[in-house]
Design a protein around this ligand. Structure first.
Ligand code: GLY
Ligand code: MN
Ligand code: MN
Length: 441
């Protein structure tokens, strides 16, 4: 059974409570989601709830009461111990466990939430709760809140607004602590090793599904929960479908194989890596040209991911190299500036170059606030993942060259996970090789 590092979670709660400054936050955990009939998907805890509690059971709610004295601020509502349920579904910590192992100041049964919540949040200046995500709890909270609003006009006390917890938590989660960086090193290392296994075994595999099995088997063998997201194992033209997850086509010599996969650790830290390799062990001349353009764009963009730059700059560095490369081989024409300003490249490169990575694969945190670009800072983790996807799914924009058949069916993305620091950016996924000489055999 996984027991979290108590100190790490305590520290996060301390910072969060400090930021709340008189407010009461209600943070629900995740519920089980039905797969079919009476079978459920594997449980996945809500990332904010996890970040603050380390408690990994469904049907739990955490309260953070910054208006209360120390020792009365962290309350957990959890599923109570129940012999029969535990025989069917497994161990629960129960109320005692929530207090002793997870350091709740007080724990209650989740069945008491409705009755006890009003007293707990009474006296807070404002409520903090994510509207629109937890219908059952939202109903309770809105009832309490509307009563408080009524009282407010007569007694002058009670919360008068509901704020989103994301205001406080996104900012905290965007900058990874030393502890988190080490967990991300582990997630990305296991993910990179799985990609290496694919590279080493490619010649003996016949179908995309076998590659998926190889990757995901490795994640489990290394103690991860499994894939961080649906693994993308896309051969040939399937690689031009960005989120292809059917993963059941035969592997054909002469095609490329794009694999976008990463593991999720037991404490939910994620890797997200893409590699594109030749199935036969040799790139064709067209595949090689495109691969070189993408690799150059990716390596240069990574170098530009330094403190005080921003994610738009990193995107623009990659985009400029992709566009220049595509111009050189006749797949785009015109001035680079005009192509970029008018998005005339979008039939060949239709996504951004990266996203934050952490407890969520597309992790929380703003990229910009209006016109203000959020600067890159030490401890942020950004993916850098340019690509080129050549098919006739998206019409060629007016004035741009038609695509010769010889290019069609080439889809290449190269993705690494990059830790921003004052020196050079650290490529956490570096163990997954990507030079042409590494991929050919
Ligand atoms: N694997 C999803 C992404 O790269 O964003
Ligand atoms: Mn990604
Ligand atoms: Mn990816």
């Amino acid at each position: 059974m996984f027991t979290p590092n108590k100190k790490v979670f305590e520290k996060r709660r301390e910072i969060f409570l400090d930021k709340l400054c008189g407010k009461a936050a209600i943070i629900p955990g995740a519920k089980l989601v039905q797969h079919h009939a009476d079978c459920e998907y594997p449980f996945r805890q809500d990332s904010n709830f996890w970040y603050l509690t380390g408690f990994d059971e469904p049907d739990a709610v955490a309260l953070f009461l910054s208006h209360k004295p120390k020792g009365e601020r962290f309350i957990l509502f959890v599923a109570p111990k129940d012999v029969l349920s535990e025989v069917w579904h497994g161990f629960r910590w129960g109320l005692d466990g929530a207090e002793k192992e997870f350091n709740a100041d007080k724990a209650h049964s989740i069945n008491e939430l409705k009755d006890l919540l009003p007293d707990y949040i009474n006296g807070a200046d404002e409520l903090v709760f994510s509207i629109g995500k937890h219908p059952f709890i939202e109903k309770i909270i809105l009832e309490i809140f509307s009563k408080q609003l009524e009282n407010r006009s007569r007694l002058g006390i009670g919360a008068n607004s509901i704020k989103s917890p994301e205001i406080y938590l996104n900012e905290m989660r965007l900058i990874k602590s030393e502890f988190e960086i080490n967990r991300m090193r582990e997630a990305t290392q296991i993910s990179a090793e799985a990609h290496e296994l694919v590279r080493e075994c490619i010649s003996s595999k016949k179908n995309e599904r076998q590659i998926q099995g190889l990757l995901e088997g490795y994640f489990l063998e290394k103690g991860a929960r499994g894939p961080a997201y649906n693994s993308i194992v896309a051969s040939g033209d399937n690689a031009c479908i960005l989120h292809y997850t059917l993963n059941n086509a035969p592997l054909n010599n002469g095609d490329l194989l794009l694999v976008d996969a990463g593991c999720s650790l037991i404490d939910y830290y994620n890797g997200d890596i893409t590699r594109t390799i030749p199935i036969s062990g040799k790139f064709s001349s067209e595949q090689k040209v495109i691969y070189e353009i993408v690799l150059n764009a990716q390596k240069t963009a990574i170098k530009s991911a330094v403190t005080d730059s921003n994610s738009s700059n990193v995107h623009n560095v990659a985009l400029t190299i992709l566009v220049d490369g595509l111009k050189e081989i006749g797949l785009l024409s015109g001035s680079t500036e005009e192509i970029i300003d008018n998005q005339l490249y979008k039939h060949l490169y239709m996504h951004k170059t990266g996203h934050w990575l952490g407890l969520d694969v597309h992790d929380v945190g703003a990229y910009r606030m209006g016109d203000y670009e959020v600067p890159l800072k030490n401890g942020m983790i950004l993916t850098v993942e340019p690509g080129i996807y050549i098919s006739d799914r998206i019409p060629v924009p007016d004035g741009q060259p038609d695509i010769d058949e010889k290019w069609k069916g080439i889809g290449i993305r190269i993705e690494d996970d990059v830790l921003i620091n004052d020196e050079n950016p650290e490529i956490l996924s570096i163990a997954a090789l990507k030079e042409i000489s590494d991929l050919e055999f």
